[in-house]
Design a protein around this ligand. Structure first.
Ligand code: THU
Length: 130
């Protein structure tokens, strides 16, 4: 798809700012709003471990904090041969605020996968059940 290289490049560029002193597993994300704006995020770890925030959530919450409410794609980059997909918590948050967006996975050299969020998160708990 046109433009996805730029989104992956933004996630790769952001990744250098990951704060991952415990896992040494640096992740970068870049989410594209419906209007084309791109917001990046990195994982930010904490000494309690459990308070770590993943790159995907940082990216989408940065966008939401600037008033964005509609999204089309997210790119996620890690330095792994195998695809690094979003964790369960991130899938829940992305589904809540971005719906069925396209998820592009990549490493430092190439794209490693592409999925709709609905395929990664097929039976969500969401507002329709409340
Ligand atoms: N992590 C992310 O930021 N996104 C993912 O998709 C997978 C995991 C982070 C959390 C933690 O800082 C480190 O990677 C290892 O789990």
């Amino acid at each position: 798809m046109p433009g996805s290289d730029a989104l992956v490049a933004a996630a790769r560029a952001a990744r250098v700012h990951a704060h991952a002193p415990y896992s040494h597993f640096a992740v970068g994300a870049a989410i594209e709003a419906a209007d084309g704006r791109v917001f990046t995020g990195v994982n930010v770890e904490n000494a309690t471990y459990g308070l770590t925030v993943c790159a995907e959530r940082v990216a989408i919450l940065k966008a939401m904090s600037e008033g964005v409410r509609a999204f089309q794609r997210i790119a996620i980059v890690a330095d792994t041969e195998a695809p690094t997909p979003p964790c369960g918590a991130c899938r829940q948050i992305l589904w809540e605020f971005a719906g069925d967006l396209e998820v592009i996975l990549a490493n430092l050299a190439r794209e490693t996968g592409r999925h709709q969020l609905s395929a990664l998160f097929p039976i969500p708990f969401d507002r329709r059940l409340l």
